[in-house]
Design a protein around this ligand. Structure first.
Ligand SMILES: *[C@@H]1O[C@H](CO)[C@@H](O)[C@H](O)[C@H]1NC(C)=O
Ligand SMILES: *[C@@H]1O[C@H](CO)[C@@H](O)[C@H](O)[C@H]1NC(C)=O
Ligand SMILES: *[C@@H]1O[C@H](CO)[C@@H](O)[C@H](O)[C@H]1NC(C)=O
Ligand SMILES: *[C@@H]1O[C@H](CO)[C@@H](O)[C@H](O)[C@H]1NC(C)=O
Ligand SMILES: *[C@@H]1O[C@H](CO)[C@@H](O)[C@H](O)[C@H]1NC(C)=O
Length: 425
C-alpha cells in the first residue's frame, strides 16, 4: 500500500490533484471519442449542456425566463462546493486576467467592440429580455441571436484556456494538473461531452445534439465539402497542443496548435458569413433569423480577424447589422470579397475554406477564389493520443466487469475512489 500512498503524495506535490482522474489513467473522453484528456474535464465540457438546455427552453413556445435563469445561474456545469459555472460568467470573463495571459483572440474582440459585455453579453440579455435592438423582434430572431451567440461565448472561452496553458507552460507548470489541465479544459469547452445521438462523434454527418463549437464547425464542414474538414482536423491539433505542454513545454509547437485552432475558428466564421449572408438576403425577402445566425457566427471569430484588418472586419460587421430590415442583393458578394481579402493574413486559403455547396450556379458565390501567392498550410497535429483513457476494471462482489472509458460509459468514479481509499489504510 506504500506505493499508492507515494503516488498520492506525488500528485499533491506536483499540484496534479486539481483535475486528476479516478483512477488516474481512466480519464473520460469527450464527444469525439479520440482526444484523451489527462484530467477529468467533465464539468467543463458540461457547459455545452447548458447551451443545449437554453436552446430547448427557447424552442416553441419559448420560455425566456427559464432560458435566462440557465444563462445567469447555470445548470449542468459545477465548479465544486456548490458553485455553478455559468455561460454568463464565461461571456463576462476577462480572458487575459488583467493582462497576465496573452489571448489575441479575445483582445482583438475587445478592441473591436470596446468592452467584454459588448462582445456577447449585452446582445444575449437584450434578446432574453426583449429590450433595445431585440425589442419586438420575432421569437425566431431572438432565439437565433441567443442560441448562436452562446456558441461564440464557449468558443472564446476555449481560447481563454489555451492562453492559460501557454502561460503555465512558459512558467514551468508542466505537470498534468497544470498547463495540461488548462489545455484539456480548452478541448472540453470546444468539443463538449454529450453523447452523439448519431454516429461516432467524429465521422459522417453532425449528430445535431452536441451544441458545442466543435459541432458548429462540423456543420460548416458539411456545407463546404471540398474545403478542409475542420472538426476532424481540430482533434489531432488539440492533441498536439496537449503533448507539447505536458511534462515539458515546447513553446513553438504549443503556439502552433493555438494558432491552428484560431484558423479553424476563423474558417467556420467565414463559411458562415458567406452562407448566411445569402440566406438572410433570401432572394430579396429578408429572413431575419438568418441575419441573426450570420451575425452571431461571423462574430465568433471577427474580433480575432480584426487584428489583421479591422477595416475589412468592420465592413462585414456593418453588412450583418442586426437593425437592418432588408438585405441588399449585393451583400453576399461583398461579404465574400471582404473575407477573402483576409485569408493571406489569417494563414488560411481558399482551398481550406472551400466553396459553399448551395452557391447558386453563376452567382458571385460560385466564382472561384484565388490562392495565387498564398501557400498557407494548416497544422496536421498528432494522432498519437495519450494513454490516459484506459478501460477500467471494477470488481464487485463475485463478478468482474470492464467498462470502456468514453462517452457512453463513464467510470464508476465514486466506487473506485472508495476502493483506492480502502487500499491505503
Ligand atoms: C437543470 O435543468 C433541469 C431541466 O430544466 C431541471 O430539472 C433541474 O432542476 C436543473 N438543475 C439545476 C441545478 O438548476
Ligand atoms: C468603440 O469605440 C470607438 C472609439 O470611441 C468608436 O469609434 C467605435 O464606434 C466603438 N465601437 C463600437 C462597436 O461601439
Ligand atoms: C416585446 O416588447 C414589445 C415592446 O414593448 C412588446 O410590444 C412585445 O409584446 C414584447 N414581446 C414579448 C414577446 O413580450
Ligand atoms: C520542439 O519540438 C520540435 C519538434 O516538433 C523540435 O524540433 C524542437 O527542438 C523542440 N523545441 C524545444 C525547445 O524543445
Ligand atoms: C483592409 O481592408 C480594406 C477593406 O477591404 C482594404 O481597403 C485595405 O486595403 C485592407 N488593408 C490591408 C493592409 O490589407
Amino acid at each position: 500500500m506504500g506505493v499508492i500512498r507515494l503516488v498520492l503524495l506525488g500528485l499533491v506535490a506536483t499540484g496534479a490533484e486539481g483535475g486528476a482522474c479516478t483512477p488516474v489513467d481512466s480519464c473520460p473522453k469527450l464527444s469525439d471519442g479520440l482526444y484523451c484528456p489527462v484530467n477529468d474535464v467533465t464539468e467543463h465540457a458540461d457547459i455545452n449542456r447548458d447551451v443545449a438546455l437554453i436552446k430547448r427552453y427557447l424552442d416553441d413556445p419559448p420560455d425566456y425566463a427559464m432560458a435566462k435563469e440557465v444563462y445567469t445561474m447555470g445548470n449542468s456545469s459545477s465548479k465544486g462546493l456548490g458553485n455553478m459555472r455559468t455561460l454568463q460568467d464565461l461571456a463576462l470573463k476577462d480572458m487575459t486576467v488583467d493582462g497576465k495571459y496573452t489571448n489575441v483572440f479575445y483582445t482583438g474582440a475587445l478592441n473591436l467592440y470596446n468592452s467584454t459585455a459588448a462582445i456577447w453579453h449585452n446582445y444575449i440579455m437584450a434578446c432574453l429580455d426583449n429590450t433595445t435592438f431585440c425589442q419586438g423582434q420575432s421569437d425566431s430572431f431572438r432565439r437565433y441571436v441567443v442560441n448562436k451567440a452562446l456558441i461564440g461565448v464557449v468558443t472564446a472561452y476555449a481560447t481563454y484556456e489555451f492562453g492559460a496553458a501557454v502561460w503555465k507552460g512558459e512558467n514551468g507548470q508542466t505537470a498534468d494538473g497544470q498547463a495540461a489541465y488548462a489545455w484539456d479544459e480548452g478541448a472540453a469547452f470546444y468539443i463538449g461531452n454529450i453523447d452523439p445521438v448519431l454516429g461516432d462523434g467524429f465521422s459522417g454527418a453532425a449528430p445535431g445534439n452536441l451544441y458545442s463549437p466543435y459541432e458548429f464547425n462540423w456543420k460548416r464542414d458539411f456545407d463546404y465539402p471540398d474545403g478542409v474538414n475542420t472538426h476532424q482536423a481540430s482533434i489531432p491539433i488539440l492533441n498536439y497542443g496537449l503533448i507539447n505542454v505536458r511534462g515539458s513545454y515546447n513553446a513553438t509547437n504549443v503556439k502552433a496548435a493555438e494558432l491552428a485552432m484560431y484558423k479553424i475558428f476563423s474558417i467556420a466564421a467565414i463559411r458562415s458569413a458567406i452562407k448566411y449572408a445569402d440566406k438572410a438576403y433570401n432572394g430579396g425577402t429578408m429572413e431575419p433569423k438568418y441575419l441573426a445566425e450570420g451575425w452571431a457566427y461571423w462574430r465568433s471569430a471577427s474580433g480575432y480577424m480584426s487584428n489583421f484588418n479591422a477595416t475589412a472586419v468592420e465592413a462585414v460587421d456593418a453588412l450583418f447589422d442586426l437593425s437592418q430590415t432588408s438585405i441588399p442583393a449585393d451583400t453576399p458578394c461583398k461579404v465574400k470579397t471582404l473575407v477573402e481579402s483576409l485569408y493571406p493574413h489569417l494563414g488560411i486559403t481558399c482551398a481550406m475554406v472551400g466553396k459553399w455547396k448551395d452557391a447558386t450556379t453563376g452567382s458571385c458565390l460560385d466564382l472561384p477564389c484565388d490562392d495565387a501567392g498564398n501557400s498557407a498550410t494548416l497544422l496536421a497535429g498528432s494522432d498519437a493520443y495519450v494513454d490516459m483513457c484506459k478501460a477500467t476494471t471494477t470488481t464487485t462482489t463475485g463478478s468482474s466487469e470492464t467498462s470502456a472509458v468514453g462517452r457512453a460509459a463513464l467510470p464508476a468514479a465514486g466506487a473506485l475512489a472508495a476502493t483506492l481509499a480502502l487500499s491505503c489504510q
